[in-house]
Design a protein around this ligand. Structure first.
Ligand SMILES: Cc1cc2nc3c(=O)[nH]c(=O)nc-3n(C[C@H](O)[C@H](O)[C@H](O)COP(=O)(O)OP(=O)(O)OC[C@H]3O[C@@H](n4cnc5c(N)ncnc54)[C@H](O)[C@@H]3O)c2cc1C
Length: 436
């Protein structure tokens, strides 16, 4: 079993988790190569909500300042009823409570910042290659193959290849993403097209906002620096499709618009104005798939590991999918250089997975509370009678467990406890991180 820092790590996937892992490993003195399916010229649309736990990691890696000025900075998502009266709020960030405001930024901007850093650090990325399968793994490392038959090897291989992961097929054969039964329909529109009820000042209307009514929740969230462009969307129950079926739904703008506008009269005028001004070319769908909880995120001999969506794609409501991938990557990178005879790879990975799963389980619980708060009115009333948990916010930092956690410190605390007295562990460095 590996009980020293690996020299060469292969990362499959240059998405959020893979790029963050590569940068974090570089800072820990471990070399890696990234292998990515798509060419760098392929761009992606849409924006992401990043909360303080993700922003703290990006800040530690020196990337936050550059990103902050390229996105929309805010504190809360306001919950409103169909009369547009604020009923509650959900903190996605706050300087005083959580050190950072939330940041909504285009995914492409974030990927570009990460890629520029990868280039600056001279971390090799091989684009346009499709990981195919693991050829073999033993005490000397892992050999793997690409779809074109080319093989490569490394001390460790980390699958950061997303929700439809190929690496997962090796670690957990048979585990496939599960459809939740819901699809989100979204568009990007100009805030200026919205009509507010008489007497309501558009500049004072809080955004992002989730308007709850008979149809469920309709969310509007600014996504460019000055907040003039807004993502607008809602979710609908829809039967599962295969890939071609989802593509067909996306291509059929008329059908999609009909679905988006169903029961339009039940929405307040503000939402109706959004639905009547949808730029068709910006219509998008997001079927909610989740990856079921798995026993292991690594292979029996521990040379093949997975993280990010490959290991735990979660429902979207808490806006934590990407953020949890950042945490996976950052903590794994902190762990790998500190392997010793007292903390060999298999033991270290077991603890890492437990620590990560504990947080993901808590995010899933939070998501359920938030989803319950977003149900259509009559379903919420029925639910209230069952005593099911429904999100209720506060101003006392209730989300501190999520946003203020120092996941690296927690990981290093474990390493310190396990490796006490072990001469190969960099104790001075750990002590400076942990305090005496
Ligand atoms: C519409 C939408 C909105 C979202 N909004 C938010 C949000 O607001 N906040 C948030 O935190 N999260 C959000 N998420 C979730 C977030 O995007 C994911 O959790 C995150 O992207 C997962 O990162 P990842 O690196 O694990 O996977 P990915 O980002 O999917 O990256 C995987 C990479 O692996 C590559 N790859 C795949 N297979 C192979 C192969 N065989 N060989 C080589 N390379 C391969 C892919 O090309 C890709 O580049 C959203 C997701 C969607 C779809």
């Amino acid at each position: 079993m590996l009980d020293v820092a690996p020299n060469r790590v292969a990362i499959i996937g240059a998405g959020l988790a893979g790029l963050t892992l590569a940068i974090s490993l570089h800072h820990q003195g471990i070399s890696c190569t990234i292998y990515e399916l798509r060419e760098p010229s392929v761009t992606t649309s849409g924006a992401l909500m990043l909360s303080p736990n993700a922003l703290r990691i990006l800040d530690t890696l020196g990337l936050y300042n550059g990103l902050q000025s390229q996105g929309y900075n805010f504190d809360i998502l306001a919950f409103k009823n169909s009369d547009l009266v604020t009923t509650d709020k959900y903190y996605l960030g706050n300087q005083r409570l959580y050190q950072y405001k939330a940041l909504r930024v285009y995914r492409q901007v974030l990927l570009t910042e990460l890629r520029v850093e990868i280039q600056r650090l001279k971390i090799p990325v091989i684009y346009g290659v499709k990981f195919s399968h693991i050829v073999s793994e033993d005490e000397n490392g892992v050999t793997f193959a690409f779809a074109d038959g080319v093989q490569a090897s490394a001390d460790l291989l980390v699958g950061a290849d997303g929700i439809h992961s190929t690496v997962r097929k090796y670690i957990a054969p048979g585990v496939v993403p599960k459809y939740s039964g819901m699809v989100a329909i979204t568009c990007a529109l100009q805030k200026s097209v919205l009509h507010y009820p008489e007497g309501m000042n558009a500049n004072e209307f809080p955004m992002p906002v989730a308007i709850h009514g008979k149809n469920g929740a309709f969310v509007m969230a600014p996504q460019n620096v000055d907040g003039s462009e807004v993502l607008a969307g809602t979710q609908r129950v829809w039967p599962e499709q295969d890939r071609a079926g989802w593509d067909a739904l996306l291509a059929d703008k008329e059908e999609l618009l009909k679905l988006f506008r169903s029961n339009i009269e039940a929405w307040p005028v503000l939402v109706q104005s959004a639905l009547n001004n949808v730029p068709e070319d910006s219509l998008a769908i997001w079927p909610y798939y989740v990856v079921p909880k798995m026993e292991r995120w690594f292979s029996p001999s521990s040379r093949v590991i997975m993280l990010g969506d490959a290991a735990h794609a979660i429902p979207p409501t808490a806006g934590q999918g990407g953020s949890q991938g950042f945490e996976d990557a950052f903590t794994l990178a902190a762990l790998l250089p500190r392997l010793t005879s007292k903390l060999p790879l298999d033991k270290a990975l077991s603890r890492w997975q437990d620590m990560r799963q504990e947080r993901i389980d808590r995010v899933i619980k939070l998501t359920l509370q938030l989803n319950n708060a977003r149900l259509p009115e009559n379903e919420r009333e029925k639910l209230a009678a069952t005593g099911a948990p429904v999100w209720q916010s506060g101003d006392q930092g209730e989300l501190g467990w999520l946003y203020n956690a120092d996941v690296e410190k927690d990981m290093l605390g474990y390493v310190k406890a396990e490796t006490k007295g072990n001469r190969t562990c960099p104790v001075e460095w750990l002590t400076s991180k942990m305090g005496a």
